[in-house]
Design a protein around this ligand. Sequence first.
Ligand code: ASP
Length: 364
Amino acid sequence: MLSGSSSSRRVLVLYVGGTIGMKKNAKGSLEPCPNYLTQEMNNMQELKPSASSAVAQFEVKEYETLLDSSDMNHRDHLRIANDVAKHYEAYDGFLIAHGTDTMHYTATALSFLLFNLAKPVIVTGAMVPLAEPFNDARRNLILSLMIASNPSICEVCVFFNDSLFRGNRCNKVRHNYAAFESTNYPALGVMEGSQFVLRERLLLPQPTGAMQVCSRLDGKVACLHVVPDNELPTILPAILKEGTLEGLVLVVPGVGKLHGALAETLRPIAAFASQQKVVVALVVQDLRGTLQPSEEARLRRTLGDTVVYVGDMTPTSAEVKLSYLIGKRRPDGRCALSYEKIRSTMTSNLRGELTPSGGPMPSL
Ligand code: ASP
């Protein structure tokens, strides 16, 4: 639970963009409004410093161009990670105010980029902006700010609609206040009445080394939804031959539907990609998807070791993790990790993104 000592702690709020700080223009459409979120947060009574307050002191920094999250890419994710790193020592926690469309994507990218993170990084947004009389922005901001000063949290989370999720486990699943869900891992915390209850046993452990950003997140990775008999087996070799692709995530239909025709479609793709030393990760598209051992065994008989089976990771996590691992570059731009190392690390738990089959977390 949140204690009363938060007011001596400091949180940096980075307003990156999205609906949360938008206002209606003369034509009635929402658009980003520079400085509006900063001013409103600085004026909110609930966020005024007071000795008994559970809210930390905070400072808001807005990005000079407020981004719609549907326009964001890995360069933007890297920029946010570097901004957290730049201010890491000066603050006890970080709140990223962000658009909802790709909030889970950014949270996933930050979770990998911020190696040895020992402070909370909470990503939030809103379906209805702060400027509207009835909105979720106000509640999401206030509660996220409280949570962002909690020293027990050493990971990147999404806070939305009264629930705290591990960033790399959640997805945007609908277009209303309950927009986010984490289906393969429980919520890390929830509001119960007026109390926020943090489930400490679910959190990642405190790391020991120094926090650092250690990837360029620039692996050239494609993510493809595969259905039986589509044109991929003929199209993909041409793309792979160009030599620009470094990783491939194949998203297959949900658990229970992995029968022969699908495996036959996958086989030529996976064989060709592995020949080219392109790491291929296989995930299921079900929100609650994970390959059952019997299904994995069946696929292995057809595909052998040409693909890596990445358990219950979300497709977003698989894609971002691959890009993160490949993006660990030497100064000459070549990947610092071998093909085999990337393959084995894809199946290891780095940041709580997959349910481990045992063993300690590797330091990557
Ligand atoms: N398109 C907006 C964004 O993702 C939607 C939102 O913020 O909810 O930036």
